[in-house]
Design a protein around this ligand. Sequence first.
Ligand code: GLN
Length: 496
Amino acid sequence: MSLTRKTAAELGALMASGEVSAVEVTQAHLDRVAEVDGQVHAFLHVAAESALAQARAVDARRAAGEELGPLAGVPIAHKDVFTTTDMPTTAGSKILEGYRPPYDATVTARLREAGLVILGKTNLDEFAMGSSTENSAYGPTRNPWDLGRIPGGSSGGSSAAVASYQAPLSTGTDTGGSIRQPAAVTGIVGMKPTYGGSSRYGLIAFASSLDTPGPFARTVLDAALLHEAFSGHDVMDTTSIHAEVPPVVEAARHGDVAGLRVGVVKEFGGEGYQPGVLARFHEAVELLESMGAKVAEISCPNFGYALPAYYLIAPSECSSNLARFDGMRYGLRAGDDGSRSAEEVMALTRAAGFGPEVKRRIMLGTYALSSGYYDAYYGSAQKVRTLIARDFEAAFHQVDVLISPTTPTTAFPIGERADDPMAMYLADLCTIPANLAGNAAISVPCGLADEDGLPVGLQIMAPVLGDDRCYRVAAAVEKAFESRWGGPLLKEAPSL
Ligand code: GLN
């Protein structure tokens, strides 16, 4: 079996036993990138030489008898919104074209410490604003299941890289759904950890109270191994949680739902959802019941207000965070011919450097925060945020996890929603509540929709710091589907 078809856990074991070297594993994945990324466009930057150098270093340490972690030598694709000193960091924006950060993000540094081999940086919607990667200044990424469709977003380069076997693992960030939604529509696993469970230091900020780094993988165990490798307290991030990383790897190894109380969110999964998505979701509910879970419908009455609240809070924070891109400090500077004032240069730089969706968000945010409107918009949205957190609290008095479809539809055609922001925003209808409340949530594949043969994701939401519960349930679902289909059906389908 080709090395690119193996899981990260399998590759780690093969390297630990000396059956293959990190250089061989890295080369196999670089070959795969060369073979398919012309069609997929998952990567903005491929760092072949530095990847091979990292792999040689892992092999040398192993040859010297060093004990290395389970992911040492495993290749990874890294979302281009984390700073990296040895590769460009663009956040998918023209305004940061060619930018080389002076420091590594904590997530980047921890990947390196774990011996992971960074293959390159992946494409994303500009500043992680979007659900399709069509908002990237560097062109869209394509879904490996159907190259005419979107791979989700904003972490669409990362989901596509893993789904097309260019890397067994990748990083993402989830502010409103940007890990779970791309995972769902490309048939892989994507986890949004508890807010503050993974560090934001060196993550280019979109909405700081929501941004959460997390893992993508083709199996639940692989996602957990990566989750563990880069999570945990960081003194450089003031919102980082002071707590042990939940036992995610242990949970992923022991998928089991016997006796578990599962709540089906009543407000999600009705009208407006694709029939094939609903059919797979209802089957997953039956599957959980057949494995011994106690399933009940749970109402979360404020979840329906999550989307509008998010589209006030996230743009408000982004309008402040993106003020730093002024042509003075980083990247692009436009119109600086010696005749213009600093203010004029800033205005020209921002006009030329930001794409239309980023400008829309900045305008929405500055409007929501402006005097006279602040209480009506931003203030109300914050109140709704509290109500949503209370819905979760009430639900978790009754059940251990909540479930829903991850997305209302499967992957849509490139271009279909590009001119309709409202339709685009609906892709995150089910994922946003967990961001607003800071909860842990995962998407795991639960089959293919009958009408288009495209992957459907099951979302499992757990309380704050209940990340291990997400993995436990996801692992049970994964195992049940594998035995039903006689193999990892979803993981073999991409047609490249
Ligand atoms: N699609 C959502 C948005 O456009 C979420 C993005 C994200 O999670 N980064 O804001």
